[in-house]
Design a protein around this ligand. Structure first.
Ligand code: KG4
Ligand code: ZN
Length: 333
């Protein structure tokens, strides 16, 4: 029996999960409320909150899973990418815990883990598949050849799509994190009420900084005409911007799937929780004859369950880390 404790601390969620023989037993997540006050993640506050939460979160995960420390065969942690101060808390804890228990240490790439979240529950995608990984810091199209064999074939050249959601929300005066709020308001709005210019990048790459700037000027102009423009049109503005962002995401995904002749398509990362994206993907899948895979909500945003499943496959492959491993704010694969 392989039992692994996994820790995620790359951004503003402190999370721990226990996995036994490839089955994720739980997924404990402590959200950091402090960032709402500042309208975004403040790195120093995030590190402190991780420091405060990490022991209780891990103790809860072990207790809830009915697993004692001596049952653990390995300790896994997110090495990167993410906020360095946040990663340091999880990394240091994992190293000390593994050393104390005399068990192997397993580093996990956060972005690979978002993809591997698809192997937590059935149905699982068949290799090779394409995964559109969309989060607050990344926007990638990943060609997944095997559990630990993936290639980024396209990615954003500037802002991530989650960032575009969050900044749009901020410009509209909505609370952080803006993505879920836009999703909610968009449900009541007309997606075709307004249109925004979309920048088309080469290959399978993305760019979201242009649409963000266009949105800023759009609001400025409309507010000059009518100071109550936002209040009077909030749902339509959210629906239109969400529609534009989803449109940009799916054009490149469709191109990659057609070019590579792959019809196993997955989405992952925080933005994959977006109901508009989920619906648009389902509609596109019918037209393109894709088999699509959308994670359970708890495995879309940052969570240790995905770190646990990635660690399980790394354990099977004998991929362990040494005690001098350091976290990396930027980390590719
Ligand atoms: O994967 P994640 O939890 O953290 C990173 O690794 O970045 O993604 C967080 C991002 C944030 O930008 C958040 O606004 C966005 O995911 N997000 C959403 C939704 N839920 C979370 N964006 C749009 N619609 C949602 N329902
Ligand atoms: Zn993430």
């Amino acid at each position: 029996m392989i039992t692994i404790l996994a820790i995620e601390s790359s951004c503003d969620e402190t999370s721990a999960a226990v996995i036994k023989d490839g089955k994720v037993l739980n997924n404990i997540i402590a959200n950091q409320k402090i960032h709402e006050i500042f309208g975004g993640v403040v790195p120093e506050h995030a590190s402190r909150a991780h420091q405060q939460n990490i022991v209780p979160v891990i103790a809860t995960a072990l207790k809830e899973a009915g697993v004692s420390k001596k049952d653990l065969n390995a300790i896994a942690f997110t090495r990167g990418p993410g906020l360095l101060g946040s990663l340091l808390v999880g990394t240091s804890f994992a190293k000390a815990f593994a050393l104390g228990l005399d068990v192997p240490l397993i580093e996990v790439n956060h972005m690979q883990a978002h993809v591997l979240a698809h192997f937590i529950d059935e149905p699982t995608p068949k290799f090779p598949f394409l995964c559109l990984t969309v989060s607050g810091g990344h926007t990638q199209i990943v060609l997944v050849k095997d559990f630990l064999d993936m290639e980024i074939i396209g990615q954003t050249q500037d802002d991530a799509v989650g960032e575009a959601f969050d900044k749009t929300a901020k410009m509209l005066g909505l609370p952080y994190p803006g993505g879920p709020m836009i999703d909610k308001l968009a449900k009541e709005g007309n997606p075709l009420a307004f249109s925004f210019p979309e920048v088309v990048m080469s290959g399978y790459n993305y760019s979201f900084s242009g649409i963000k700037t266009a949105f800023l000027y759009f609001l400025k102009e409309k507010k000059q005409e009518n100071p109550n423009f936002i209040e009077e049109n909030l749902n339509d503005i959210c629906a239109s911007m969400q529609h534009a962002l989803i449109h940009i995401l799916l054009i490149k995904l469709k191109k990659a799937a057609r070019d590579l002749k792959i019809n196993e398509i997955a989405i992952a990362g925080g933005v994959s929780a977006n109901s508009g994206l989920r619906k648009a993907l389902q509609d596109l899948a019918l037209k393109e004859k894709w088999n699509i895979y959308i994670p359970d909500f708890q495995y879309c945003t940052d969570n240790a369950g995905m770190i646990a499943i990635a660690a399980h496959y790394k354990y099977l492959a004998g991929q362990f880390s040494s005690q001098d491993v350091i976290p990396l704010a930027r980390m590719s694969f």
